[in-house]
Design a protein around this ligand. Structure first.
Ligand code: NAD
Ligand code: UDP
Length: 319
């Protein structure tokens, strides 16, 4: 196959490029570097199956040659990033998804949309099955991301129903691992970086809110299976083992041997109180199940951040 991956220089997009290339496919990566970085795909430059195009996907997308797949991953994903970039976030979820669908339609390609557990908002059903419609504040600060993704799902289904485009929608739950920016503001990267630097661990609120953390290799495997499946309806991919934010902080402190103290900071507005994927569908339809528990995933992730913090160029860039 020959596939286009938007957001290729980001955390997840770069791992997806690796997976598709490892399976023997050709990959065109596209990114405008708004939150990603060339370093994430530097190892692919010169690979005969890989091509990179620097482009903002909210503008008309042109890709030469045939395409079998479009994996639309371009979008700021960290709350810190999308709160700093509210309009580009709304645009990439709406206009960017429209352009990606138009390209998929023109090429006869299958489109996979990277959606999110944020479509469930601050959920009143727990854990969250795909049939839950969510509880989102459209005009709150997080609405720029949540509603862009909800629109993206709606237009994806419309292209499927009206134009017959083959589509897949993955609802991704909190995923972590190497190639996250040390400064991107998400909880796993923040806590590891703070612990390694001996700085206070920034717990927002009382730390009783929960998340369910998926290691990147598990997520990529679920996405690869979904892309190759017949499943059109949205599909949760995430690790269903749930932790409080305080438990995560304690685990990171223990695993890094850090003496950092815990600092309580205000809870951001509309921060979901709980989040846990119901992965019954992924288990039965894709035969997928996460393999990497949180402690093992952190063991693989901490050395990456140690390396980043040792590199003055990286520190200057990202922190
Ligand atoms: P990331 O910020 O590391 O990567 C996003 C990439 O998209 C970056 O390289 C960025 O430069 C690029 N991008 C953004 N706007 C663009 C535009 N207009 N044109 C071209 N490129 C653009 O984030 P990530 O964690 O890798 O997330 C990737 C995708 O997965 C996003 O769509 C996100 O919503 C989704 N997602 C991620 C998670 C997670 O836990 N990591 C959870 C739910 C959903
Ligand atoms: N969080 C925290 N300290 C941080 C960053 C995040 O306590 O330094 C909390 C945040 O309030 C949320 C959870 O950790 O309850 C996960 O936040 P993240 O930004 O990783 O992603 P979200 O799931 O909110 O999109």
């Amino acid at each position: 196959m020959r596939v286009l991956i938007t957001g290729a220089a980001g955390f997840l997009g770069s791992h997806l490029c690796d997976r598709f290339l490892a399976e023997g496919h050709q990959v065109v990566g596209m990114d405008n570097f708004i939150t990603g970085h060339p370093d994430n795909i530097a190892h692919l430059i010169g690979h005969e199956g890989f091509r990179f195009v620097q482009h903002d996907v909210t503008d008309y997308m042109y890709v030469e040659g045939p395409l079998d797949g479009v994996l639309h991953f371009a979008s700021p994903a960290s709350p810190v990033d999308y709160l700093e970039q509210p309009i580009p976030t709304l645009k990439v979820g709406s206009l960017g998804t429209h352009k990606a669908l138009g390209l998929a339609k023109a090429k006869g390609a299958r489109l996979l949309l990277a959606s999110t557990s944020e479509v469930y908002g601050d959920p009143q059903v727990h854990p969250q099955p795909e049939t839950y419609w969510g509880h989102v504040n459209p005009v709150g600060p997080r609405g720029v991301y949540d509603e862009a993704k909800r629109f993206a799902e709606a237009i994806t289904m419309a292209y499927h129903r009206f134009h017959g485009v083959e589509t897949r929608i993955v609802r991704i739950f909190n995923t972590y691992g190497p190639r996250m920016r040390p400064g991107d503001g998400r909880v796993v990267s923040n806590f590891i970086v703070q612990a390694l630097r001996g700085e206070p661990i920034s717990i927002y609120g009382d730390g009783s809110q929960t998340r369910s953390f998926c290691y990147v290799s598990d997520l990529v495997d679920g996405i690869y299976r979904l892309f190759n499946s017949d499943r059109v309806d949205p599909t949760n991919i995430g690790n269903p083992v749930e932790f409080t934010v305080r438990e995560l902080a304690e685990l990171v402190l223990r695993m890094t041997g850090s003496q950092s103290e815990i600092a309580a900071l205000p809870l951001p507005q509309d921060d979901p109180k709980v989040r846990q994927p119901d992965i019954t569908v992924a288990r039965s339809v894709l035969g997928w199940e996460p393999q990497v528990p949180l402690e093992e995933g952190l063991r693989r992730t901490i050395p990456y951040f140690e390396q980043m913090l040792r590199d003055p160029r990286q520190s200057a860039r990202t922190l």
